[in-house]
Design a protein around this ligand. Structure first.
Ligand code: MN
Length: 257
């Protein structure tokens, strides 16, 4: 039997399950909010054009208003100044869009400390236990933060000192970008950087190092608890926005039961 025939049979028999890792897109979907004087991205919004009425008697349709970095989305290397010469979101390699995926779970640690940072030693220990990170694949960082996704306030978890959300240390970001075989890194939070990363050196070090090394980012992922530590395949579907720095994306995992 051909590989794809076997795959199709595994899909229809339920041996392979498709898990949706995407946050639904609506006006309430949390987005990044930067302090003044920086420009901010748009909330997702539908603008109704017609709904079986005199504007279009037999059809319903909308214009959509959105930022590139709204909701579950893909960060392209050219999103950051360190990757400004890199590919835009329309140029993402097909092998990045369909690729093996690994998961590291720090739900318990983040429940105790929302500012928790993943370190290089955590990834080295992960590899000792589970084998090498997938070559050309994705690492998804499970933190349980999806449980805070109901409101903007809870998702940002900010106080006078700024947002408190988990991320990776500067050294860990550098390691992912320069030492790992990964094509990209995905998170449950609003961005790949920790809430406190504006104060890191360099600031927003996850963006700095990953984008600078032509790696890709995924944010606002959900259902990571349904993706096994190893062995699943990620399917990432951004819009091919020519010249774009990112795109809202439907993100799926193919999981073998
Ligand atoms: Mn982004």
């Amino acid at each position: 039997m051909s590989v794809l025939s076997a795959f199709a049979e595994a899909m229809s028999s339920g041996v392979v399950e498709v898990v949706d890792l995407t946050t639904p897109l609506q006006e309430s979907t949390p987005i990044l909010e930067l302090p003044a004087p920086f420009a901010n991205t748009s909330r997702f919004r539908l603008e109704e054009l017609s709904r079986y009425d005199d504007r279009g008697p037999a059809w319903y349709w909308n214009d959509i208003h959105t930022g590139e970095h709204t909701g579950t989305h893909l960060d392209a290397p050219n999103h950051w100044v360190t990757g400004r010469a890199g590919p835009d979101v329309s140029q993402v390699p097909m092998r990045t869009l369909v690729a093996p995926v690994a998961v590291i779970d720090r739900t318990a640690e983040v429940a105790r400390d929302p500012d928790y940072l993943l370190e290089v030693a955590d990834l080295e220990a992960w590899q000792t236990e589970h084998g090498p990170l997938p070559d050309g694949g994705w690492l998804l960082y499970r933190t349980g933060w999806e449980a805070h996704g109901a409101t903007q306030e809870e998702f940002m978890n900010a106080d006078d000192a700024g947002p408190h959300t988990p991320g990776v240390s500067t050294e860990c970001a550098r390691w992912i970008a320069e030492q790992s075989p990964l094509t990209g890194f995905g998170v449950e939070t609003v961005g790949t950087d920790a809430g406190a990363a504006g104060g890191f050196d360099p600031p927003f070090s996850c963006h700095h190092f990953l984008m600078g090394a032509n790696r890709w980012g995924l944010t606002s992922l959900r259902n990571l608890g349904r993706v096994p530590t190893t062995g699943a395949v990620l399917v990432v579907c951004p819009l091919p926005i020519v010249g774009g720095s990112g795109s809202p994306a439907r993100v799926l995992a193919l999981v073998e039961r």
